[in-house]
Design a protein around this ligand. Structure first.
Ligand SMILES: Nc1nc2c(ncn2[C@@H]2O[C@H](COP(=O)(O)OP(=O)(O)O)[C@@H](O)[C@H]2O)c(=O)[nH]1
Ligand SMILES: [Mg+2]
Length: 215
């Protein structure tokens, strides 16, 4: 079977101490049982590289990123950044080209609701399908406050209550689905940009619809 390969960048954002690095470790296979017990604030950024297979049924029609009807392997650059507020303006400018944003929050810290909304507002061009919120239950899941209700711009973003202990598979599975969504969105954007260039040059597909995706 033919495959195509591409590369996307996904940012893992959210407040300090939320669980970004432990989630990033889980997703890239670096998790160890002792990791949760030894918090160590991320300095600057850690870039982890991982690969995910995108089945043909989920690939997009975008000629630049994935060819419709073919299986694909996508290389994901996972940017696990410091949650320190001082760096926020830096991430919003350095990470303009991200295909997706995973937001990690502590489900029991009310202030984290506002913090992840603020993170998402730094990337207004992302669609809901390019956002994924993981509300981590750090301890004593039985006494957790109810599921956080986030406002704009996360009101329509998928949110999962997760913990490394009990929902590691949920995190991994939802992330795989999320990567497929991000690849599709990036492909659509590439198509739109290419059409805009051709339209500007008076090319033959100047009137073709933008963002068409194969079924
Ligand atoms: N028990 C438990 N603790 C968690 C979980 N996720 C995060 N934590 C706690 O949160 C701490 C900080 O995690 P870290 O990934 O360093 O946060 P970051 O600053 O967002 O990168 C960890 O050391 C754990 O104590 C989880 O799923 N279960
Ligand atoms: Mg960290």
């Amino acid at each position: 079977m033919t495959t195509s390969t591409s590369r996307i960048k996904i940012l893992v954002g959210g407040p300090a101490g939320a669980g970004k690095s432990v989630v990033a470790n889980l997703l890239s296979g670096l998790d160890r049982p002792d990791m949760v017990k030894a918090p160590s604030p991320t300095q600057g950024v850690r870039i982890l590289e991982l690969e995910r297979a995108i089945p043909a049924s989920k690939s997009a029609s975008g000629a630049n990123l994935l060819s419709g009807g073919r299986d694909a392997t996508v290389t994901v650059e996972l940017w696990d950044v410091s949650g320190d507020d001082r760096f926020l303006p830096f991430w919003s400018s350095t990470c303009k080209d991200i295909a997706g944003l995973v937001l990690v929050m502590n489900a029991d810290v009310r202030a984290h609701d506002r913090a992840v909304e603020q993170w998402a507002s730094m990337f207004p061009n992302l669609k809901s399908s390019q956002l994924l919120v993981l509300a981590q239950k750090h301890e004593n899941p039985a006494q957790s406050r109810p599921r956080p209700k986030l406002g704009k711009p996360l009101a329509r973003a998928p949110l999962f209550l997760t913990s490394l202990e009990n929902e590691a598979d949920v995190i991994k599975n939802e992330f795989n689905q999320f990567v497929a969504n991000c690849v599709r969105a990036a492909a659509e954007q590439n198509d739109a940009e290419e059409r805009a260039v051709l339209a500007g040059a008076g090319g033959p597909v100047a009137s073709a619809p933008v963002g068409k995706v194969a079924s």
